[in-house]
Design a protein around this ligand. Structure first.
Ligand code: ZN
Length: 310
C-alpha cells in the first residue's frame, strides 16, 4: 500500500498477516522490521476504546509516542475521535462500534456477492475508509523509509472491504501464520481454564479455514503459509522464502532490532524482550494430557494433519 494515486487507477498492492491470537504475530512483525524494505506494526491500529494507555514498542505510551502522533497528524485522525481505533478498521457506517461491526460486516459480504454498488448505501463511510486506510500504509512507509507495509490488523472485514471497494485492482498478498493447535489450546486455557480441547480446536480450525478461503481473492500466488514451527527450526530459511513471496531481497532477519526508528510495534508484551531469537513453544507437551492432545487434533483435522501436526 505504498503508491499515492491508488484511488485513481492501476493495481493496488495490499499485504496482510492473518493469524488468530497466540500465534506470535507480534514476533513476526519485529522480524519483518529487520528488513529495510518492510514495515510492520504488530496489532497495527492503536485502539482508543480498549487500550487508551496502550504502550508502543518504543516504550512510550502511544499518545506520547512521536511516531504515532505524526501518523495521527498526517491522517487528520481527530476526525475519528469517537472510533474504536485511531482510524476506522473498516467502513464506519454507524458511530456505535457494536452496531457498526455488524453493519460493516454485512455490507462487505453483500458487496462481495452483489457487487460494489452496495456501497452506495454508505458512500461517505466507504470512501473515507478506503482513502484513509491506503494513506495509512503510505504514511508508515514515508516515516520509516520502507517500501512495503505489511498490515497486521488481522480483520477479515477490513481485508474484504478493501477487496470489494477496489475490485480486481486489489493485489492482495496474505501471509497465513499458523501454529500447532495443541499449543494454541494451552495458550487459550492459560487465559481461561474453562476452555475445552474440542472448543479450542474448533476455533482454530474455523479461523484457519477462513484464511485459506481468502485464496479465492488472492489466487495461489498471493497466499503464503508460514508455520511458526518452521520459523523456530530455521528462521532465516523461512524468512528468505517469505521475502521472495513479498518480492524483496532476502537478507538476515533473525536479529535483535536492526532499525530502532521502526520499533513502534503494538501487541504482545514479549516484544519488549525481543532479542532476534525465535523460541519453540512446546510447553503443551508437558502441560496437556495425551487425551486432550488427541481431542484437539480430532477437532482440527484435516487441516492440522495437512500442516504436519499429528
Ligand atoms: Zn513509539
Amino acid at each position: 500500500m505504498t503508491l499515492r494515486g491508488n484511488l485513481v487507477g492501476g493495481e493496488v498492492p495490499l499485504y496482510f498477516v492473518m493469524a488468530p491470537s497466540y500465534h506470535s504475530s507480534t514476533l513476526l512483525a519485529l522480524l519483518l522490521n529487520n528488513h529495510p524494505d518492510l514495515s510492520s506494526l504488530g496489532d497495527t491500529l492503536p485502539h482508543r476504546r480498549l487500550y487508551p494507555n496502550q504502550r508502543c514498542g518504543c516504550e512510550a505510551r502511544v499518545r506520547d509516542c512521536s511516531f504515532w502522533q505524526e501518523v495521527h497528524r498526517r491522517l487528520d485522525a481527530d476526525r475519528f475521535a469517537h472510533s474504536d481505533f485511531m482510524i476506522p478498521a473498516y467502513p464506519e457506517v454507524s458511530k456505535d462500534y457494536r452496531i457498526n461491526s455488524v453493519v460493516a460486516r454485512s455490507l462487505t459480504a453483500l458487496s462481495l456477492s452483489l457487487g460494489p454498488g452496495v456501497w452506495k448505501l454508505a458512500p461517505r463511510a466507504s470512501s473515507e475508509f478506503l482513502e484513509t486506510f491506503l494513506r495509512f500504509g503510505e504514511v508508515i512507509c514515508e516515516l520509516q523509509q520502507s517500501r512495503i507495509f505489511v498490515n497486521n490488523v488481522k480483520s477479515f472485514t477490513s481485508l474484504l472491504a478493501l477487496r470489494s471497494l477496489l475490485g480486481k485492482r486489489a493485489r492482495i498478498r496474505v501471509i497465513h501464520l499458523i501454529r500447532d493447535p495443541r499449543g494454541y489450546f494451552l495458550s487459550e486455557r492459560k487465559q481461561n481454564p474453562a476452555v475445552t480441547p474440542r472448543a479450542s480446536g474448533r476455533r482454530w480450525l474455523a479461523y484457519h479455514r477462513r484464511v485459506e478461503w481468502l485464496k479465492h481473492y488472492t489466487g495461489p500466488e498471493g497466499y503464503f503459509r508460514l508455520r511458526y514451527e518452521d520459523l523456530c527450526d530455521d528462521g532465516e530459511a523461512a524468512l528468505a522464502q517469505l521475502c521472495r513471496f513479498l518480492e524483496v531481497e532476502p537478507q538476515p532477519m533473525c536479529l535483535p532490532v536492526v532499525y530502532p526508528e521502526k520499533n513502534h510495534v503494538l501487541g504482545n508484551v514479549t516484544r519488549f524482550d525481543f532479542d532476534g531469537q525465535i523460541r519453540p513453544s512446546l510447553g503443551w507437551i508437558e502441560a496437556t494430557t495425551a487425551e486432550e492432545q488427541r481431542q484437539v487434533l480430532a477437532a482440527t483435522r484435516p487441516l492440522s494433519q495437512a500442516c504436519g501436526y499429528s
